[in-house]
Write a protein that binds this ligand. Structure first.
Ligand SMILES: [Zn+2]
Length: 175
């Protein structure tokens, strides 16, 4: 028995969602992901302080689960993140429309434009490493992952999962 499997007090489970395909909300750039080994996020995302070393993670995308593991380490660095804003009201809720011109529309003030305002935001960049215990898992459909979340209506890229329900949903879980 792996030592990491014993002594589970305080261990939480998290779903890390990989962005795939074009993003409609372009208020920040996508992240470079090294899926089976590490996952990066920043202090602007919800639950950014939640995941801890030893926690269980499930990586998933809109196609379903990809695998699970435990977090070995988490790097924290200061960084900047490119943000995009409406040039009129300076808010971030701007959406890209692939089939329309101008290509951006602001949800707040309704202004349409081609060139968003570009700003640099100071953030903490987190990178969780979990390659050691990576186990491929493709059996969970996207809706199953959503239902395992403590907040089922969440649309956050990092969501806390119900550990008991997760263990029941995975065949022979190694956590
Ligand atoms: Zn606006």
């Amino acid at each position: 028995m792996d030592a990491s499997v014993s002594g589970d007090a305080g261990v939480r489970a998290w779903a890390f969602r990989l962005a795939t395909g074009p993003r409609r909300n372009i208020s920040h750039d996508g992240y470079a992901d090294d899926a089976p080994r590490s996952y990066q996020w920043d202090s602007k995302v919800a639950n950014s302080d939640g995941p801890s070393v030893g926690d269980v993670i499930v990586l998933w995308s809109e196609h379903g689960s990809l695998g699970y593991s435990r977090i070995d380490t988490i790097d924290r660095d200061n960084g900047t993140k490119t943000g995009y804003r409406c040039p009129n009201c300076h808010r971030a809720k701007i959406f890209y429309r692939a089939s329309k011109r101008p290509v951006y529309r602001c949800q707040d003030c309704k202004r349409e434009f081609n060139d968003p305002e570009v700003i640099a935001q100071e953030v903490t960049i987190y990178r969780a490493h979990y390659g050691k215990g990576w186990t491929a898992l493709s059996s969970l459909a996207p809706d199953q992952v959503r239902r395992l979340a403590l907040e089922r209506k969440s649309i956050n890229s990092i969501r806390e999962l119900d550990m008991t329900a997760l263990r029941a949903a995975v065949r022979h879980p190694r956590f």
